[in-house]
Design a protein around this ligand. Sequence first.
Ligand SMILES: [Zn+2]
Length: 400
Amino acid sequence: MADDMEGLQMTTTRFDTYRHARYAWDDEVAGRLDPVERLVYRSNLLGADRRITNTGGGNTSSKLRMPDPVTDDVVDVLWVKGSGGDLRTVSREHFASFDLARLHALRERYERSPERGPKTPAEDAMVDLYVHAVFGANPRPGSIDTPLHAFVPFRHVDHTHPDAVIAIAAAADGRRLAQEVYGDEVGWVDWQRPGVELGLQIAAACAARPDLRGVIMGQHGLICWDDDDKGCYETTLELIERAGRFIEARAAEAAAFGGPRVRALGDDERRRLLVEVLPRLRGLVSSERRFIATVQDDERVRAFIDSVDAPRLSELGTSCPDHFLRTKIKPLYVPWHPDHADVEGLLTAVEDGLRRYRDDYRTYYGAHAPAEAPAMRDPNPTVILIPGVGMVTFGRNKSE
Ligand SMILES: [Zn+2]
């Protein structure tokens, strides 16, 4: 544990105002809560801002001193968001609890194993052993991210998938950009599947540089920590804000996405098109499962959709694997021009685009799925970009 580090950790709120995250911590509310409730509170605040983490993505933890129910000895207990649930709405029951000493014993056992390594049977076998380290007969299973939290030698850990940080993490020269944004305050680990090995890499980074405040996980997201829970929350927000402002400054220097390609339609025109197109679109996308739609047509999303580079960039697909669980590997960009096409033209472009998208998905699945892979998912897109109009996303419920 990092008790010996406490004098070194500084909690600073670096920004008075945030543009890339919403600061929502309220000392009065937090002050009325017990330590596990404070963890739930922190998680809900982080999850409520979709720029900080995606639906169902990310996890949080606190290492708390508690009496063992059998011996009454006070032990370190890791409370960490378990499998299932969304940070925005999680409650106490969504958190797994582990005897931290036993998790460390498991780690030592793994480190002694000669066959260990990324994606080895030895690494996979660890997941089934966590249940033997459960504290307090808590039935919530731990997630694959448990080691990320257990092995970081600080009391509180946030792992999120923030838009602004992923933009850095998924860039071709992400490591250099991260260095430019954060200097030596934040480390970097290349993409690796979540699990024990990733947890050990982050633990090694902490051991090598005890003043590190967090790590950017390549192609993935952010993990950061503090010995104070509010400090951990503020560190997450600060690191996101710094990435956001870095990108903002770059965007001001050059036309983002190659500049605009199509004229933005007026609010009334957009609405009229959506009223005519949405019911048909929803029917087409729901060919296998019933979906509901969410429309986003603010200036920020249209700056991308209406840009010169949008058709090309859309084909590159989603950067973060945790996102494409829901977004599919890429959005459907509808090749339609708002200047010289009517509703019928748009519907034809949507139908052609959907056919092409489903064929692409079947080809992709056929090319990459090993024999033991799960059955092919619904080949319909969940994100549809319509130039001049906006983004229409689909899910089984509003949250998805
Ligand atoms: Zn993650």
